[in-house]
Ligand binder design. Structure first.
Ligand SMILES: C[S@@+](CC[C@H](N)C(=O)[O-])C[C@H]1O[C@@H](n2cnc3c(N)ncnc32)[C@H](O)[C@@H]1O
Length: 214
């Protein structure tokens, strides 16, 4: 497929946030997700992994929330992390992630169903790359991430620039900070996200967000 292909995966920027719909969409896409997204020059997994490596030691235990086919786990392993767990709602994506060998454990889980079946303070770090598009309760999800990451641990996530504004992520992050869940919030400028996808291009960019769990 040529970069910027007009027919395939059209409407990607506007899909449902119902967990069942998302699971179906990503199950259907799993077999050629890696190939397609590489053609769109997706580099968020590598960016997020290097942001996390700048803050945590390689032996830290990391959760890749919404790991998909494993691009983010592979980037974390390439950055030097030795223990990476993955969760996702798409079984077909998880199967491909399993073949990558990047993950210590992989589990099917709906990130929108709180509380997640994960104990408090289980992880040193958590990444959530390309997933917040599909999550309805941004504040609730970030609170849940802060519960399962230990105090002093780091969360790094991405959000599309249009949805960052529309869903008021600045205010959400300020509220969580005021509530005492998170601190040292760092929000990147808008950067290219899927530059060779015709719907995204120069229009829909991405913010990278990192914070420390209180
Ligand atoms: C754009 S992909 C990103 C995958 C991977 N992190 C990457 O960077 O390539 C979005 C992923 O989020 C997952 N996802 C979306 N909503 C979810 C939910 N409610 N629970 C678990 N996973 C979800 C999808 O199944 C999909 O694998």
């Amino acid at each position: 497929m040529e970069p910027g292909n007009r027919s395939k995966h059209r409407g990607l920027s506007n899909i449902s946030r119902k967990s069942d719909d998302v699971a179906k969409c990503y199950d259907n896409w799993a077999s050629d997700y890696d190939e397609t997204i590489a053609e769109w020059r997706y580099e968020a997994p590598e960016q997020v992994a290097s942001m996390l490596m700048a803050e945590l030691s390689p032996k830290s235990v990391i959760l890749d929330a919404g790991c998909g086919t494993g691009l983010s786990g592979r980037a974390l392993r390439s950055a030097g992390f030795t223990t990476v767990d993955g969760i996702d709602i798409s079984l077909r994506s998880l199967k491909i992630a399993g073949m990558s060998g990047a993950y210590s454990t992989l589990r099917a889980m709906d990130i929108q169903r709180f509380p997640l079946p994960i104990p408090d303070d289980q992880y040193d770090g958590l990444v959530c790359v390309g997933v917040f598009t599909y999550l309805t309760d941004s504040a609730g999800t970030l609170r849940e991430f802060s519960r399962i990451v230990r105090s002093g641990g780091i969360v790094v996530f991405t959000q599309r620039s249009d949805l960052f504004a529309k869903r008021k992520f600045q205010s959400v992050l300020k509220r969580l900070s005021d509530e005492g869940w998170i601190e040292h919030v760092r929000i990147s400028e808008r950067r290219p996200y899927l530059p060779y996808n015709e719907e995204y291009g120069d229009e829909i960019l991405v913010h990278y967000v990192a914070y420390t769990v209180v």
